[in-house]
Design a binder for this molecule. Sequence first.
Ligand SMILES: [Zn+2]
Ligand SMILES: [Zn+2]
Length: 484
Amino acid sequence: MTTALPRSVKPAPGELLPGYLLRLAHRIGGAPLDLAHRCNLTSGTELSTRFLVRLTELEAQRIGTVCRLDPAEAHAFTLARQYPGYAPVGDVYLGRHQSHTTMANDGWVFTAFSRYCPDCLTDTAHLPGGPVWHSAWRLPHTFLCPRHDRLLAWRCPACQAPAFSNRYASNSRWRRVQLTPGPDQRLHPAQCRHRAGTARTPACGHRLDHETPTSPLPTPQMSRAHERLAAAAASRPDNLVESCGQPVASEVFLHDVRLIALVVSRTWPAASALLAPCGPAEGTGTLDSGARTDGWVARSHDAPPADPFAAAALFSTVVRLFDHPDAGTVLARLLALIPTASPGRPRLRRLILHCSPAVRAILSDEARIRRSASGPPELFPQPATYLSLLDPSSIPATLPERWAGPLDLLDAPPRAMRRDAAIRLVQMASGHPRTAAARHLGIGPKVLPSTTLLMRTWQKQPGNAEAYQSAPRHVAAIAIRNGS
Ligand SMILES: [Zn+2]
Ligand SMILES: [Zn+2]
């Protein structure tokens, strides 16, 4: 039997259940877990993240009774109600039996941490119970605060844990994602709740609303991209928006976004170079900055980066691609860069089922282009993925020692490989065919065929072509770092 609290607080616009529980618990001097127990939302000490997405009628009624709210106000604490156009939280995408761990690991349903705007936390600190954690901060594509025109923060400046994250336990096993980390702790809602060790370790407790970590200002492109994605997520699922020049429903548009984000991140930084061949690339080199490799965030390999700056680079590139007058050709060229054996391919095939007809048509075109133009896989062509990023005139015919580390790991004829890699770098930087790239380097018509023959013979041995495909990109990264 659930009973009403003697007093409560009013929900704030754009608030989710965990943020509300923090405020109410702080207001009445308890812990979020005590409140959740009282609302019958717990299983042992666990508070399921499922409540971020949706509530049953019974759960909404119990929350309503305990917190003195209308059940409709309780339902409004969920992503499904606040973002009807955001397909990954919809019933069709989730199905009926998806576990909350699966949802957290997916990386596109919600983030397993919360980005935050320190200025918004400060601005709402006067509300009863303390500041409001905004629901949009749990959506993977939300990387800036339009009210304060700043990129969001995501880590605690004191302990470096992402806000609201449960991260790995000390035995390296994934801690079950909780609606609220450390739900039994009595803290101010703006305090970092991360505990580095066992349940007995005190929480970090740093005030996230006090210190403003410095972050780069959003570019106009980032702001435009953010606005497009936020408007689609908040609109009705059947509201029409434009995707690759065609009107599509919001929820379909966001499936297109997910697929194109996968293509852009798998081929990074090629999209940036193709979209702005003469200008600086948006956030080049930032896409992987600490985002996926440290075990803090989702496990799905196509989850967007956790770092808002990296997410801004990715999503502004995705939206630029949508708006490009020849989006189909650019997307087809990018798709052709993803090897057929890449683990991204099966994911692409699953995502395409949910995409718009325009994007599905581009994908079938790409399959046709790949069959007719790519040639035997062991003699893979070198696409122009570093236009404007690498200066062709800085590439020597024989690569210097300090560039050749990635090549030395391969068991190929060393001189032929360095020469071949130099040709490929020029192709990546200029878009020249192989013969013209060799001519640019001063490699004569007698040397080129022997280099090609040696490399062709080596590449045909099992595994060699696959091993070689990523090496020129690594050499290019070294060349760029060395000031090419
Ligand atoms: Zn803000
Ligand atoms: Zn902390």
